[in-house]
Design a protein around this ligand. Structure first.
Ligand SMILES: *Cc1c(COP(=O)(O)O)cnc(C)c1O
Length: 410
């Protein structure tokens, strides 16, 4: 027999992460399955941002660069991200957006390997990764080779300077074997940049165990940093003296307040900073990452996997015969913490779900995507989601015209 409401309630009651949910602002009547796109708001964030506004900015004024250690925010927040991604704190910094950080690292990598003309990536990678690679290639005089997902490893040849891959695919949820592909890149003499946007805070990531060179990732997804939060980047210690950012802003200078005319890069990871950090946004990001304090990433990841597995099982039990097809790998180790199903009418179905308070999202051309974060999603939420989906499919509620109207953001 299938899983019943009593069963999922028992799972929630036995869940050691259950009380973490109370630390987030979650509207009544909403089941939030889009933390992979915009993490929920921690209750601590408003107070933290308000304190930065009223006390640090309002009262402290410019003194707060020192007194409130605004200047130390990138390194301080990086030290909290580092354990989530298997990095040392001096290998990570927080700055700019994921897109800009990717540009910096691609340029740094290809300029380091001037005889190799190719930036290799996968077709169907997250759009900004493809666009930034193309823009950087054009500027620096290299070419981008985007090959089908399963041909990437074979395509890492002696002409490749850098491989740019996303560890967990934004659409399919498929997770790549970071250690194996990193080794393949190194055997060919190439560097590799991992985009962790859909993996950090969702699954266990161990950059140094994998021997990774470079990485970037997003602050507003599983790290709960708020819309447009600052992003992070990782440069393995062994590369820090050899690579330089093409965006030589003064915060990346060895001594910004010496006000010298000539650019001398800072010694360590700070050389990848560019301009003045966005302190209000940094405050929200720091509060968001604070939600992982006192937790083992392994426990958060394991719960995420259980939620994903339950969702797949329930959809297949309760919604069979309605044209849904699983896109995401079934094995937990082969996926991130979101699950995608394909359906011809995915867009209106998701709009109908959202109207009923179950918030996931749609991805072109036919993907219903639901993210499961162990911090604030429960087992009963999964059960209710599937009952909502089943009811919509059974009654064809999504056929109503209003669900077919496309918004700018899907
Ligand atoms: C979300 C995401 C980004 C976001 O980049 P921004 O510069 O923050 O817009 C980049 N890459 C991947 C793989 C993502 O999932």
């Amino acid at each position: 027999m299938g899983v019943a409401l009593a069963d999922v309630r028992a799972m929630d009651a036995a869940d050691p992460l259950r009380e973490r949910r109370d630390r987030f602002v979650l509207p009544d009547g909403v089941i939030y399955l889009d933390g992979n796109s915009l993490g929920a708001l921690p209750k601590a964030t408003a107070g933290r941002v308000q304190d930065v506004l009223a006390r640090e900015w309002g009262q402290g004024l410019i003194r707060s660069w020192n007194a409130a250690d605004w200047i130390g925010a990138p390194a301080r927040i990086a030290a909290k991200i580092a354990p989530l991604i298997g990095a040392a704190s001096d290998e990570v910094t927080v700055a700019d957006s994921t897109s800009v950080n990717l540009f910096k690292l691609i340029a740094a990598a290809v300029r380091h390997l001037p005889d190799r003309p190719v930036i290799l990536t996968e077709a169907g990678n997250f759009p900004t990764d493809l666009y930034i690679a193309a823009g950087a290639a054009e500027l620096i005089g290299r070419t981008v080779r985007a090959v089908p997902a399963d041909e990437v490893e074979a395509a890492i040849g002696p002409d490749v300077a850098v491989v740019v891959l996303t560890q967990v695919h934004y659409k399919s949820g498929a997770r790549r074997d970071m250690a194996r592909i990193t080794q393949a890149a190194h055997r060919a003499g190439a560097l590799i940049i991992w985009d962790l946007s859909h993996s950090a805070g969702a699954v266990e990531v161990d950059l140094n165990a994998a021997g990774a060179d470079l990485a970037i990732g997003c602050g507003y997804k599983f790290l709960n940093g708020g819309p447009g939060a600052p992003a992070y980047l990782f440069v393995a210690r062994r590369h820090q003296a050899l690579l330089t950012s093409p965006l030589t802003g003064w915060m990346g200078h060895a001594s910004p307040f010496a006000f010298e005319d000539a650019f001398t890069p800072a010694e360590g990871i700070d050389r990848f900073l560019c301009g003045t950090p966005a302190i209000l946004a940094m405050a929200a990001l720091e509060a968001g990452i604070g939600e992982f304090e006192g937790l083992a990433m392994a426990d958060v990841a394991e719960k995420g996997q259980r939620l994903c597995t339950l969702f797949i099982e329930l959809v297949e039990q309760r919604c069979s015969g309605y044209g849904l097809g699983l896109v995401t790998p079934r094995q937990p180790a082969a996926r991130g913490s979101h699950v995608s199903f394909r359906h011809e009418q995915a867009y209106p179905i998701m709009q109908a779900m959202i109207e009923r308070g179950v918030i996931g999202d749609f991805r072109e051309p036919d993907i219903l995507r639901c993210g499961f974060t162990g911090l604030y999603v429960g087992y009963e939420d999964v059960w209710r989601t599937v009952e909502t989906l089943r009811d919509i499919l059974a009654t064809q509620a999504h056929r109503e015209a209003r669900f077919w109207v496309r918004s700018r953001v899907t």
